[in-house]
Design a protein around this ligand. Structure first.
Ligand code: NAP
Length: 367
């Protein structure tokens, strides 16, 4: 099967680099177009990332190293690449202000180029699906309505949620899918510095320190799960209304891997600790059933050790695409508590975006 040619907007950034690394040997997709800010435009990719290559994982394919980076602000360049057969869709990993990113992503979609985005700009756009492939793959089916509404032809926008949410949303959904109503959730996140891009938070603020504030993060953590758990109604996604969330988000001196300490209050039926562990260990969803290339074999890994999960030891679990859960125990105030952990620039960013693209290809929206 010929690989689908893809472009990366923001290819030189923290998340863009992770896309390049993760797509190096991808069986379905091949990076043939790279774009970033005017600062990088015109340089070869290797030159544009020299001295700031931070991605974990595979060494990028030599063909990407030699690509000339284009200006992501100039959609006509991507359109020309699309016409040459070098860009069937783009991954967006742009960091340029919410309104500018949102308008630019719309311009790509309007020109017929599908956008699979990491940015937050369209997470609250009613006809844009916010996908975690194991949780709400059915939301992708709003895409024909989005295309029709906007007159975008083959173009569309699909997004993934905030990176920290991925470290607990799949376990939360697994319990709901098993029939347990969750009424309230308190989550405290301990988020890695790579979540702020490069150079990110100043080292003098991070070493020997915790910063108990990440702009906009608590609001995202409290709202985004409600859209993910929502349902399609006509041409929009209506939020789930049955769950209240309170979030505390902290930046900690960890390079990669977001940790979340979660307490859950259930409705009438409450799972025991042993039942929750069984549900999580057995959980499989569409990406596993259809064997998507980047899907972790086991999306939720239950750790029995008293002191796990830990970022350094567990962020690479399941190709860095699995969520590790541990410290599963009764909660004295709510019902059940646990610690979740996932790799923020892989599962929470580029890997999650690629898994979404695999889902969109399987559903026939790209390719
Ligand atoms: P980053 O390291 O700061 O990279 C930003 C990218 O955007 C670079 O390629 C940069 O190009 C490009 N860019 C900046 N200004 C631009 C402009 N005016 N026009 C065109 N391109 C421009 O940021 P990041 O951490 O990779 O994050 C990228 C996106 O993913 C953000 O929307 C972020 O919220 C989201 N996200 C990040 C994470 C994470 O863990 N880091 C997780 C989930 C989602 P130059 O290199 O040329 O400056």
């Amino acid at each position: 099967m010929a690989k689908i040619p893809v472009g990366i907007l923001g290819a030189t950034g923290m998340v863009g680099q992770q896309y390049v690394a993760l797509l190096a040997d991808h069986p379905w997709f091949e990076v043939r177009y790279a774009a970033a800010s005017p600062r990088s435009a015109g340089k070869k990719y290797a030159e544009a990332v020299a001295g700031r290559w931070h991605a974990t994982g595979g060494v990028p394919h030599p063909s990407v190293w030699g690509l000339v980076v284009e200006d992501a602000g100039d959609v006509s360049k991507a359109l020309a690449a699309a016409k040459r057969g070098d860009c069937a869709f783009v991954f967006s990993a742009l960091e340029m202000g919410k309104d500018e990113t949102g308008s630019l992503e719309e311009a790509y979609a309007a020109s017929g180029i599908p956008v699979v985005s990491n940015a937050s700009a369209h997470r609250w756009t009613e006809d844009v699906p916010m996908l975690i492939a194991e949780v709400n793959p059915q939301h992708a089916d709003i895409i024909p309505a989005q295309q029709k509404n906007r007159g975008w032809g083959a173009g569309f926008i699909a997004v993934k949620p905030n990176c920290s949410i991925q470290s607990y949303m799949t376990p939360v959904w697994a319990l709901m899918r098993a029939g347990y109503e969750i009424k309230r959730m308190i989550v405290t996140t301990l988020q890695a510095v790579s979540g702020a891009g490069y150079p990110g938070v100043a080292s003098l603020d991070m070493i020997d320190n915790i910063v108990p504030y990440i702009g906009g993060e608590e609001e995202k953590s409290e709202r985004e799960p409600l859209k993910i758990l929502g349902s399609i109604s006509g041409a929009k996604i209506e939020n789930y209304r049955g769950l209240e969330i309170s979030a505390h988000c902290n930046r900690v001196a960890v390079i990669d891997g977001h940790t979340a300490c979660v307490s859950l209050e259930f409705g009438a039926g409450k799972p025991s600790v042993e039942e929750a562990k069984k549900i999580w260990a057995a959980f499989r969803a569409l990406p596993q059933e259809l064997g998507f290339p980047l899907a972790p074999e086991q999306p939720i890994i239950v750790r029995e050790e008293a002191d796990r999960p830990q970022p350094r030891k567990d962020r690479g679990a399941g190709k860095a695409m699995a969520v590790s859960v541990g410290r599963i125990r009764p909660c004295n105030v709510f019902d059940l508590r646990f610690v979740g952990l996932s790799h923020n620039t892989v599962r929470g960013a580029a890997g999650g975006g690629i898994l979404n693209a695999e889902l969109l290809k399987a559903k026939g929206y790209i390719g």
